[in-house]
Design a protein around this ligand. Sequence first.
Ligand SMILES: [Zn+2]
Ligand SMILES: [Zn+2]
Length: 263
Amino acid sequence: MLIERIWSGNSLRNFHYLLACPQSGEALAVDPLEWRLCLDAARRRGWQITQILNTHEHHDHTGGNAGLKAATQARVLAHAGAATRIGGVDVGLTAGDLVRVGRSVELECLDTPGHTMTHVCLLSHTEQPALFCGDTLFNAGAGNCYNGGEPHALYRTFATQLARLPDATRVYPGHEYLARNLEFTLDREPGNPDAPALLEAARRHQPAESLVTTLAQEKKINSFFRLQNPEVLARLRALFPDLDERPDAETVFVKLRELRNRW
Ligand SMILES: [Zn+2]
Ligand SMILES: [Zn+2]
């Protein structure tokens, strides 16, 4: 599978992705808001965009569908539960569905509620897995829940699905927020040994060159995977004195999400 990450250059800091079959040149576009950039990138590589996938129904992920579909006749795929809200969806997806691109690419659909309740992530069936995770998981962060989402559901998605994927899985989110998220990590866990160097690197890079993390790295730098870290817990208890001595992971996750909302 060939992956082209396309930096939108917009104020929302969207990333778009083209996933292509090296044998046939067919490509799938993930959340192609700035669809002309995606079309230009495909043309440069000699690829044909035959499918569009929306990870969820927010406009900053679906707003390019009509333009790209008109230009390419691509089929639109999205969570079956989001199809009517998005409109123009050709294929409704449910958990475990396989999305095929050309002759060689196979992606598994994960049903990942939390950011919205109808959100899919795509997991590639490749030697090193790649996860296209929309607004569920960000590099060093988690999606917000205030536009149709629910933080307890997002916790369950993290705990029962994302955390169990192979450590080598590469993380391709829908937006570039790495530096900002690492600043939050260090606010919650000033002693985190891995975040400072990464933050320095993130500040040096242009968004288009931003780092692609793995899940192994996320578990070291993403507060939303570090729910039992003693420093995270101690600093949370300082803010929420009524927290238990040993709060469960779900409570910690939801409190962190609440803090991130106003941070
Ligand atoms: Zn969203
Ligand atoms: Zn978004």
